[in-house]
Design a protein around this ligand. Structure first.
Ligand SMILES: Cc1ncc(COP(=O)(O)O)c(C=O)c1O
Length: 381
């Protein structure tokens, strides 16, 4: 193993973020309070949407959004198999059945026309996933959802910064859900948020994230004692002030960090373009803005992807797999009897995909080293 490892990911927390979190920790108030409110305001302004609600995860956000629209047992929710298990887990948590449709080979995402063929009388919602930073066709999905009276909830875990057809996450759906997990473009270790357009929805989410009780700790702390009530069933999904403090100033750096990842992805594509049989997913159009969250390549058919990963790791290169198509995971095979061939495009992407390091602290020299290493392990014979 070489000493100077190229890490798969390095976060971009700065001293100011840590200082703000420190201030919270030195104050009396640690849980959901003024910093969460400040984060919600700033995040909604960044996304140009009316409301943001701070939560503990994107999974929780998708779960709550489904519950808000009464989706549960006996309902079907259409989503993509080319995603992290969490998208489908949140659907299962609501009681509904996740129904997969195959993805487009060029972009790896589901398309409205394919989703339309899977709609049944039981279908209540669509949860498209903006993959690796690129957005799905939201105008197309919005039209489809209106035609069949379906709820549209975006899994935007990879796509805070994206825009397509002038539309940003949350602007054409009932809710868009974000993740601030450790390797996301903006992170507090674990965390999430949901954005929506209507204040009454945001109020429901704020209650639902905290047991459905009428007065949260911040209210109780600030005011004279009043009894609180449990007005509805709720969950324990509230973001707290330490998380919010870490996130608040990262919002200001989203665009500059995006530009860095964009440039690094362009360099990767250039340096890897001569590997025979290696494919890339589509690069975003000129009129589209991707969040450039992850950079994945589709390895040549002749390669054993898992061997390549081990060889890269032996050379000190961190890498990952995003994703093995989730219909091939044990739970979905055992529960719904899915076979590999049910979603052949997603399956093939899942077999060939390899994610390379991509983050603002990654240097051009490191991109060159990763690319040279990939060349050498693919063409070693
Ligand atoms: C596409 C996608 N959806 C959902 C999630 C779940 O996010 P969280 O860990 O915040 O629940 C992730 C997290 O990695 C993800 O990549």
């Amino acid at each position: 193993m070489e000493n100077n490892k190229v890490e798969f990911f390095k976060h971009c927390l700065e001293d100011g973020d840590i200082q703000l979190a420190n201030e919270v920790m030195q104050s009396i108030f640690l849980t959901t309070g003024p910093r969460v409110a400040e984060f919600e305001k700033k995040f909604s302004e960044y996304l140009n949407i009316n409301e943001a609600v701070g939560l503990t995860s994107c999974t929780g956000a998708i779960h709550l959004a489904l519950l808000r629209y009464g989706i549960g047992t006996d309902d079907e929710v259409i989503t993509t198999p080319m995603t992290f298990a969490a998208t489908a887990a949140a659907i299962l948590q609501s009681g509904a059945k996740p129904v997969f449709v195959d993805v487009c080979p060029e972009c790896g995402m589901i398309l409205p026309e394919t989703v339309e063929t899977a709609i049944t009388e039981k279908t209540k919602a669509i949860v498209p996933v903006h993959l690796f930073g690129r957005m799905v066709d939201m105008p197309g999905f919005s039209k489809l959802a209106k035609k069949y009276n379906l709820v549209l909830i975006e899994d935007a875990a990879h796509c805070i910064e994206g825009m397509r057809y002038g539309i940003r996450p949350g602007q054409l759906s009932e809710a868009a859900c974000f993740s601030f997990y450790a390797t996301k473009n903006m992170t507090c270790g674990e965390g999430g948020a949901l954005v929506c357009n209507h204040v009454e929805d945001a109020e429901w989410y704020r209650s639902a994230r905290h047991h459905g009780i009428s007065k949260n700790a911040s209210y109780r702390y600030a005011k004279k004692y009043e009894h609180w009530d449990m007005e509805m069933m709720g969950w324990k999904y509230n973001m707290y002030d330490i998380q919010a403090a870490l996130l608040i100033n990262q919002i200001d750096r989203l665009e500059q960090n995006l530009q860095k990842r964009h440039n690094l992805e362009v360099l990767y594509r250039e340096l890897l373009s001569d590997i025979e049989g290696l494919d890339f997913l589509q690069f975003p159009d000129d009129n589209e803005k991707s969040g450039h969250h992850l950079f994945t390549v589709l390895l040549p058919m002749r390669c054993e992807r898992d061997e390549i990963i081990l060889e890269l790791q032996n050379k000190g290169i961190g890498c990952a797999v995003n994703y093995r198509s989730i219909h091939t995971l044990s739970f979905f095979r055992d529960t719904y009897g899915y076979k590999k061939t049910d979603f052949p495009v997603s399956y093939e992407i899942g077999q060939r995909t390899l994610t390379l390091p991509l983050y603002p602290k990654l240097t051009e020299d490191e991109v060159k080293r990763v690319s040279e290493s990939l060349h050498s392990v693919i063409d070693r014979d």
